[in-house]
Design a protein around this ligand. Structure first.
Ligand code: ARG
Length: 435
């Protein structure tokens, strides 16, 4: 029997029922739904809208239902229209007329807007924790390799020497901004829509501040229409999560490169790599590749949310039911990626010798060589040109800046002296830049 059966003379068509139902997605919000209902019913009783006895009985039964869903005593009916309906029907089956008083002064429209906010608030907390764990892993890996010198790249060409720690620090900064973005979106979301009703509030003397405070909100939404129609927070969060995925994907791309025999800067632990069905020698960085690939899902979720919302008139429309699949998937994806990446980074073996070898080629100290001439008084453009000629000479003779004779230096610019070898020493280059 549907909640709204009174107006209808027929049962809903079976396929239509499946199409209309959101239970497969929203049943995961059962705890938030029940917590919201307990706050609502507590307020109804406090305001004298229902009796104190009814309020207490409903709240106690809801708490019981929550426990029974958690421990599997109650199996959520897959044919129910949504989690709100299922909980209310279960309550009414148990309490009869008393249970029917729960939905006084409330609509599923403000109820679902509330549940999603409560659910996503918890998702934000879990995600923030995981991002912090990844930051810690990267900082630790960096600290352990604070003196490992590697080539820094631009255009994927060896550019200037850096430390592995400096390289990882860039990702730490990205992830710290991600923390800020998620926290920011969470703060803006933390306003209770409860009391908005279907769209126009309610005529009962409800206390919106009370339910907001019982549920840990900073405020309640000012416009009741906006309260049920707003899903900006889903978009903001999906956008913040998309950037998290951009960062994870860039990092994974580098790890994939570093695992190749062409680089071999790192080796992933066997527990976080996979083999090939045909090539016995293979050890593949599948996890990093999957994270890179899964970024597409999250960007897609963001696009879904923007598209679902863009043409909607006020206030609630059923289109909005599509919000949950998208934003839940975005959180699920980011969380599983972070959960897998943390131990992968923790166990990743760094091979500083290979980094150092790569840094020794490609004339990555050429800028420092030019800077040496500048320290001798030469204008930078002239120093740049002289160093360019030195690099050309090295390429012709198969030498490096380190192995050129001082006479060869002086042939190109007489301002050179023995001090140049100190100046182009990679350790010194890195130290001078505070890397
Ligand atoms: N399942 C719905 C959703 O997720 C709940 C709200 C239903 N409201 C309604 N008026 N049909 O959006």
């Amino acid at each position: 029997m549907k909640l709204w059966a009174g107006r209808f003379s027929k049962e809903v068509d079976k396929k239509t029922n499946d199409f209309n139902s959101s239970i497969a997605t929203d049943s995961r919000m059962y705890a938030q739904d029940i917590n919201g209902s307990i706050a609502h019913v507590t307020m109804l009783a406090a305001q004298g809208i229902i009796s104190a006895d009814d309020g207490a009985a409903i709240a106690a039964e809801l708490a019981k239902i929550k426990e029974e869903i958690a421990d599997g005593t109650i199996i959520i009916d897959p044919n129910a229209e949504d989690i709100h309906t299922f909980v209310e029907q279960t309550l009414t089956e148990r309490l009869g007329d008393v249970g029917k008083r729960l939905h006084t002064g409330r609509s599923r429209n403000d109820q679902v807007a509330l549940d999603v906010r409560l659910y996503l608030r918890d998702e934000c907390d879990e995600t923030l924790k995981l991002i912090k764990e990844l930051i810690n892993s990267l900082e630790k890996k960096g600290e352990e390799n604070a003196h490992a010198i590697m080539p820094g790249y631009t255009h994927l060409q060896r550019a200037q020497p850096i430390t592995f720690k400096a390289h990882l620090s860039a990702y730490v900064e990205m992830l710290k901004r991600d923390l800020g973005r998620v926290e920011d979106a969470k703060r803006r979301m933390n306003s209770s829509p409860l009391g908005s009703g279907a769209l126009a509030g309610t005529t009962y003397p409800i206390d919106r501040a009370m339910t907001a405070s019982l549920l840990g909100f900073d405020s309640f939404t000012k416009s009741t229409l906006d309260g049920v129609a707003d899903r900006d927070f889903c978009v903001e969060l999906a956008s913040a999560l998309s950037l998290v995925m951009v960062h994870l994907s860039r990092m994974c791309e580098e790890i994939i490169l570093w695992c190749s025999w062409e680089f071999k800067f790192v080796e992933l632990d066997d527990a976080f790599s996979t083999g090939s069905s045909i090539m016995p020698q293979k050890k593949n960085p599948d996890i990093a590749e999957l994270v890179r690939g899964k970024s597409g899902r999250v960007f897609g979720d963001l696009m879904t949310l923007l598209t679902v919302l863009k043409g909607l008139p006020l206030a609630y429309n059923k289109d909005m039911q599509e919000d949950k699949d998208a934003i839940f998937d975005a959180f699920d994806t980011v969380k599983i990626c972070l959960t897998t990446l943390v131990p992968m980074i923790d166990t990743m073996k760094v091979i500083p010798e290979n980094m150092r070898k790569a840094a020794a080629g490609g004339f990555i100290n050429a800028t420092d060589c030019a800077d040496f001439l500048v320290s001798k008084g030469l204008p930078f453009r002239d120093a740049y040109k002289a160093t360019g000629e030195l690099v050309a000479l090295c390429i012709k003779t198969g030498k490096t800046l380190e192995t050129l004779e001082i006479s060869e230096y002086k042939n190109i610019c007489e301002l050179f002296d023995e001090g140049v070898y100190e100046a182009i020493n990679l350790e010194n280059c890195v130290k001078r830049r505070g890397m």
